[in-house]
Design a protein around this ligand. Structure first.
Ligand code: LLP
Length: 424
């Protein structure tokens, strides 16, 4: 459930008509709904009830400071993958003691900063990373809390680019090698084993792969216990899907209930559960607004050329992702036709949607739905296009949470060669 609805034919974010956002801040523009973010976070939090848990929002999905701040105020933890994300969490008022650090290539300076701030856990993905972390912690006179990211080899049945739990993915430690890796971790003096972690993929629409992964982790835990290695938490990663095009992924409540039942039946009641949801919190809490520039009827195709492009929202071009595209104002009667919705970037792959039935005219506003996750964060300056503005709606109030990039900012940090004779 989200807070983007038509009221008298006009699409609103909470109590704000989206046309007024475009009027004030221009297009393209991302619009987030605070109430939706909060609702999605609480859905997880409440589903877990009194079972000890921590919801670590995956910062990569949408790292705008205001988004992080809204979640931090609800007590969220954060899953980070870089120093940049860590500093964003800090700037947004997040609690470092609730941060878990994922990623296959953590740098020494990133480890050092995270140790200095006292994060909850490093999700370690390889043996050499264990050694590196131990060395950094030793240098700083600290003990690093660690969890090994185990690759359980389950098929998440999602797009291959966002499936991460299979043997041939670069992520994690193969489940068969995990025991030896844990023994190594337990033997290193500047590491403390605190958890087991996995993340099997993103946009999962079924429970079965999650339950399979849980079973494999629980089997591993039993073997760890036999060897005297105790963990406090089990981190099941993110990955719960969202409805983009009629999919019906399980709701957080069904997901959490199924996991808790399985956990109880396997004697894991006392384990704290961690989750790293990104998409299921942020995707449907945001839309991208864009304006129709021209309609280009063609022999085989009609194009609606809009002012947003693949540099602003790359998911359709990169993953052939389908996101709903809706007219913001449906009050004026218009003729309907089938369009490819395409942007100004000079690539055939630059589209936001294909074969969409739309009743539109030049100048109309469109909303691309489900754009709150992996939207702005994946935007680039390709074709020297400034990145869009981001706005957060809260009831009937609008907050500009990132102003539109300025053209002069496009070459920030670049330099001309000095004057002088040409090299021969
Ligand atoms: N934890 C880890 C270790 C991850 O790698 C990810 C996502 C998450 C949590 C959050 O997963 P979520 O709950 O959002 O599914 N750009 C792609 C998605 C890439 C996801 C990468 N990892 C897309 O636009 O579909």
């Amino acid at each position: 459930m989200d807070h983007f609805d038509y009221r008298n034919g006009v699409l609103h974010a909470e109590d704000v008509p989206l046309a007024s956002v475009a009027e004030r801040f221009g297009t393209p523009c991302y619009v987030y709904s605070r109430a939706t973010l909060e609702r999605h976070f609480r859905a997880y939090d409440e589903a877990l009830g009194s079972h000890p848990h921590l919801i670590c929002y995956a910062v990569k999905a949408n790292s705008n400071l205001a988004v992080l701040n809204v979640l931090a105020r609800l007590g969220a933890g954060f899953d980070i993958v870089s120093r940049g994300e860590l500093e964003r969490v800090m700037a947004a008022g997040g609690d470092p003691a609730k941060v878990v650090f994922s990623g296959v290539a953590k740098q020494e300076d990133e480890m050092a900063r995270a140790l200095e701030l006292g994060i909850k856990c490093f999700n370690v993905e390889s043996l050499p990373e264990l050694e590196r972390l131990n060395a950094v912690a030793e240098r700083l006179g600290k003990v690093a809390p660690v969890s090994l990211r185990v690759n359980p080899d389950v098929d998440a049945r999602t797009h291959p680019y966002i499936s991460t739990g299979l043997k041939d993915n670069k992520f994690g430690i193969p489940v068969d090698d995990a025991l030896a890796a844990y023994e190594r971790a337990a033997a290193l003096p500047h590491l403390e084993v605190v958890g087991v972690d996995c993340h099997i993929g993103s946009q999962l629409t079924e429970l079965a792969p999650f339950l399979d992964a849980l079973d494999r982790l629980l089997a591993l835990l039993e073997r760890l216990e036999e060897r005297g290695i105790q963990v406090e938490h089990l981190d099941l990663g993110g990955g719960l899907g969202v409805p983009y095009q009629g999919e019906r992924p399980p709701e957080p409540f069904a997901y959490a209930t199924a996991l808790l039942e399985r956990l109880a039946s396997r004697g894991g009641r006392s384990l704290t559960l961690l989750f790293e949801p990104g998409r299921s919190i942020a995707a449907n809490a945001g839309v991208m607004l864009t304006r129709v520039e021209f309609l280009k009827p063609g022999e085989t195709k009609n194009f609606a050329i809009v002012d947003a492009a693949m540099n602003d929202l790359i998911r359709p071009a990169l993953y052939q992702a389908w996101q709903a595209i809706l007219p913001v104002d449906t009050r004026e009667p218009r003729e309907s036709a089938t369009f490819d919705v395409a942007g100004p970037v000079c690539e055939t792959g630059d589209f936001l949607g294909k074969d969409r039935e739309l009743a539109i005219a030049p100048g109309d506003l469109l909303a691309v739905r489900s754009a709150g996750a992996y939207g702005f964060v994946m935007a680039s300056n390709y074709n020297s296009r400034p990145r869009p503005a981001e706005v957060m709606v809260d009831g009937e109030t609008l907050h500009l949470v990132r102003r539109r990039e300025r053209v002069e900012e496009l070459w920030n940090g670049e330099a001309l060669l000095p004057d002088g004779p040409e090299a021969s």
